[in-house]
Design a protein around this ligand. Structure first.
Ligand SMILES: CC(C)(COP(=O)(O)OP(=O)(O)OC[C@H]1O[C@@H](n2cnc3c(N)ncnc32)[C@H](O)[C@@H]1OP(=O)(O)O)[C@@H](O)C(=O)NCCC(=O)NCCS
Length: 291
C-alpha cells in the first residue's frame, strides 16, 4: 500500500467518510451523490472499498450494492458496481485493481450470480471477465390513451409527501418486465431525477402508479413504471396526459400489452455483465435503475 494511505471498508455509516466519498465522486464525475441524504440515504446494501489519505480525503473508491433482478421470469441474485474513482495524483499505482479485487471477492463470498456495471471504459473490465451487452429501447406507434383513467399529477421529490409516496410504491413494486428488470432498488430511482431535470414523474391515484417519463427531441419515452400491478401502455399514456403518434419504451415491454421495434440504445456508459446466467437478447435496464 502506498505510504500515507489507509485502507477502509464499509464507511457509509461514518459521516466524515461518507462526506469524503461524496467529494471524490463530485470531483471525479461532477455529480452530487450527497443528495441521497435528503432522499432516504445511501442504499443500505451498499459496500464501499477505498483508500483514505492522512487528511481524511477519500482518494480511491469502488462500491457494490445488491441489485436483485428478474431475468426471464427467474429471480437472480445480482450485484452492481459503482462509484469507481481514483484521484488523479494517485492513478496508475494499482489502487483501483486492488479495490476491484476486494469488491469482486466480497460479491463472490455473498453468493452473487450476476455482476453488472455501467462504464465508458469497457477495456478496464474485460480483463476481469466482464462482457458488454447491447441494451435495446422499443419504439413503435402509440396506442390510444385509455380515457377511463384520469390524468395523473406531477410528483416532486423535493416534497416530503411525494418522496414518502414514491418510497412506499418502490417498496412494493412489481418488476416492470418479466424479461429483465430490477426487483427492488429504490435509491437510484430517487437519485436519477436529481441528476436529470428532464425526467418527469406522474402519479395516478386511480392505479397507484408512478410513471417515469420524458419528452425530448426523440419524442415521448417511458422510462419506468412503479406499481404493484403494471398496467397496459394505453393506461400509462392516459396518466401522462400527452398525445403522441410514436412512443419509446426504455425497458422490455412484455407487460404492457404492446410491442415496439427494438432499437439499440445509444448510451454514454454501456452495460457490462459477468456471470453464468443466460440473458435474453433483447434486454434493457430501465434508465431509472441506471447507476
Ligand atoms: C479508471 C481509474 C479508476 C483507474 O484507476 P487507477 O488506480 O489508475 O487504476 P490502476 O492503476 O489500479 O489500474 C488497474 C488496471 O486498469 C487499467 N486502466 C487504468 N485506466 C484505464 C482506462 N482508462 N482504460 C482501460 N484500462 C485502464 C490499468 O492499465 C490496469 O491494468 P492491469 O491491471 O492490467 O495492469 C481512474 O483513472 C479514474 O478514476 N478515472 C476517472 C473515473 C473513471 O473513469 N472511473 C471508472 C468508471 S467505470
Amino acid at each position: 500500500m502506498p505510504d500515507g494511505l489507509t485502507y477502509r471498508e464499509d464507511y457509509f455509516a461514518d459521516p466524515q467518510a461518507w462526506r469524503a466519498l461524496i467529494d471524490l465522486i463530485h470531483d471525479t464525475f461532477g455529480i452530487d451523490v450527497g443528495q441521497l441524504d435528503r432522499l432516504g440515504g445511501p442504499d443500505p446494501t451498499s459496500r464501499a472499498f477505498g483508500y483514505f489519505d492522512e487528511a481524511g480525503r477519500c482518494v480511491a473508491n469502488f462500491s457494490l450494492f445488491s441489485m436483485p433482478l428478474i431475468v426471464d421470469g427467474q429471480s437472480v441474485h445480482a450485484v452492481g458496481y459503482q462509484s469507481g474513482a481514483v484521484r488523479p495524483e494517485w492513478r496508475g499505482r494499482g489502487l483501483y485493481r486492488d479495490l476491484m479485487h476486494r469488491a469482486f471477492a466480497a460479491a463472490k463470498q455473498g453468493g452473487c450470480e450476476l455482476e453488472l456495471l455501467l462504464t465508458d471504459k469497457p477495456a478496464l473490465y474485460e480483463a476481469h471477465g466482464f462482457r458488454t451487452v447491447t441494451e435495446y429501447d422499443f419504439r413503435g406507434p402509440a396506442p390510444a390513451a385509455d380515457r377511463t383513467i384520469p390524468v395523473g399529477r406531477s410528483l416532486d421529490l423535493n416534497s416530503a409527501d411525494d418522496l414518502l409516496l414514491t418510497q412506499r410504491l418502490l417498496q412494493h413494486r412489481t418488476p416492470v418486465s418479466r424479461r429483465f428488470a430490477v426487483l427492488r432498488q429504490a435509491e437510484m430511482f430517487l437519485l436519477n431525477p436529481a441528476f436529470d431535470p428532464e425526467i418527469r414523474l406522474s402519479y395516478s391515484a386511480a392505479l397507484d402508479l408512478i410513471v417515469a417519463w420524458q419528452s425530448g427531441k426523440s419524442g415521448l419515452s417511458i422510462l419506468d413504471l412503479v406499481a404493484a400491478e403494471i398496467p397496459p401502455l394505453s393506461q400509462v399514456l392516459a396518466v401522462i396526459g400527452q398525445t403522441t403518434d410514436q412512443i419509446t419504451v426504455c425497458f422490455p415491454p412484455d407487460r404492457l400489452e404492446w410491442a415496439g421495434e427494438p432499437a439499440e440504445r445509444n448510451a454514454y456508459a454501456g452495460l457490462m455483465v459477468r456471470g453464468e446466467i443466460p440473458l435474453p437478447r433483447l434486454l434493457a435496464l430501465s434508465p431509472m435503475a441506471g447507476f
